[in-house]
Write a protein that binds this ligand. Structure first.
Ligand code: EPU
Length: 423
């Protein structure tokens, strides 16, 4: 049967939640650590499933790791070897494609399987491959195995036709040891990219952002450093949405409020009571929320990773709301389950229409992806009665210590099933 996440819904939430390090920053920086060929110490490293998957891939490359399973990870890549990455773990997660850029910064020939990750429709990597080609890399792909080979001629300028977090990261990684200066244009603006740049600069790189352009002056010799992973703005947004539905007063700690602009703006427009501190947000439930039209797009617009949790909040607003999903229009696997719990959500092209004034009731539902999974948790917390959620490994990919954190603020949540082993 596998493990189930069970919720007795309806409890009021209150107290404080400490937000952990960001998954999407961590996965880039863990891979980036190999370009240093030194020892790095990473702090605020949370035990996501992706953390362990990346550790296995690093170990395959003869990179040593030491993790205390809660916060601190050492990565020693002094004896890294250019091993063909054709292991299952590479196809399990998305971020494994950062090894393409990182290994290309070190070696002339690289062989690696294509990435995996949550399946929500086409997730092309053409922009990543374009960036490598600009840097003089040729490639072939057969049976999902990419073979890259570096030629001498290159452009030194990469102009993305579309903003992509992953392609921006890969372009930075592939250029950080490149001889000369590389200019990367039309880069993504997500704060996790700036966290990566900050880490690499501490290791001796010279990378500067000028708005949407990033200038990389390649350095041949890098060194290790100690770096604290930035806070997880999606975990923070998830708890803010939970608080707006269920809390008398919920304080969300350890965040940088300046990265939460679009989320705070949208929730305030709905009518949520929010106080912004220096490094915290306090949120309280109010009655009579307003419906709203939201556009999901690249940072600093409202994030696609909070589109699914937001659907639950919009379901209790006083009227119909619309979400225009411009990043991943097919990321809607949660909708059927939310509807089975009482929501009334429809999708037409890339517009998600959410009817308001709904009441959720407990049900047995299944996770199909990470952020869809957490939206089911939020619906379960709000629902009358008991909710059982299966396939919860998806949720573990992006939320660490979730059961502990939820119970601490008053929820009634537990894991039922095989191992009873909560991370
Ligand atoms: N795109 C292309 N070609 C490419 C790459 C992307 O057309 O080569 C398109 C995508 O299809 C999408 C848009 O560009 O429409 C933006 O995608 P992006 O490349 O920015 O996404 P990503 O790097 O694959 C990261 C996060 C995602 C998050 C998105 C958007 C990581 C490891 N993943 O993905 O996180 O949804 O940015 O912000 O950083 C999650 O945490 O649940 C998650 C999926």
């Amino acid at each position: 049967m596998g493990e189930m996440l069970c919720i007795n819904g309806g409890n009021c939430l209150s107290g404080e939640v400490d937000i952990g390090g960001a998954k999407n920053s961590l996965v880039a920086i863990m891979v980036a650590s190999i370009v240093t060929k030194s020892i790095v110490k990473l702090e605020n490293v949370k035990p996501f499933d992706d953390t362990y998957t990346l550790i296995k891939i690093l170990n395959k490359l003869h990179v040593k790791t030491l993790y205390d399973n809660k916060d601190c990870l050492y990565i020693d890549s002094r004896n890294i070897k250019n091993v063909k990455l054709n292991i299952r773990e590479v196809m399990k997660i998305r971020a494994s494609y950062y090894f393409m850029g990182a290994l290309l910064s070190l070696y002339k020939k690289v062989e690696i399987l294509g990435p995996g990750g949550c399946d929500f429709g086409g997730r092309p990597i053409d922009l990543h491959l374009y960036a490598f080609e600009c840097l003089g890399v040729n490639y072939t792909v057969k049976d999902n195995l990419y073979k890259f080979i570096k030629k001498s001629k290159s452009n030194n300028i990469i102009t993305f036709k579309k903003k992509s977090v992953g392609a921006t990261v890969n372009a930075i990684l592939a250029s950080c040891r490149f001889p000369g200066t590389v200019i990367i244009e039309n880069c993504a603006l997500e704060p996790e990219i700036d966290d990566l740049i900050s880490f690499l600069n501490k290791c001796g790189c010279s990378i500067n952002r000028d708005g949407e352009n990033i200038i990389v002056e390649g350095k041949n010799k890098l060194h290790g450093c100690c770096h604290k992973i930035m806070f997880d703005r999606i975990e923070a947004g998830t708890f803010i949405i939970m608080g707006s539905l269920l809390s008398s007063c919920l304080k969300i700690n350890n965040i940088d409020v300046s990265c939460m602009g679009s989320v705070v703006e949208i929730l305030k427009k709905i009518g949520v009571y929010i106080i912004e501190g220096n490094n915290f947000i306090e949120v309280r439930k109010k009655e009579g929320y307003f419906p709203i039209d939201v556009v999901v797009d690249a940072y600093p617009k409202f994030p696609t990773d909070l589109q699914q949790p937001l659907s639950v909040l919009l379901s209790v607003c006083d009227g119909e709301s619309h979400i225009k999903e411009n990043i991943y229009p097919s990321r809607i696997s949660h909708i059927q389950s939310l509807n089975s719990m009482g929501a009334d959500i429809e999708v037409s092209d890339n517009v998600i229409s959410v009817k308001g004034n709904k009441v959720f009731k407990g049900n047995s539902v299944e996770c199909r992806d990470l952020r869809g999974g957490i939206s089911l948790v939020i619906a379960g917390l709000l629902a009358d009665g008991k909710t059982e959620i299966s396939n919860i490994d998806y949720i573990r990919r992006g939320y660490s210590n979730l059961i502990y954190k939820l119970n601490k603020i008053g929820a009634d949540v537990w894991i039922k099933g095989e191992s009873n082993n909560e991370r």
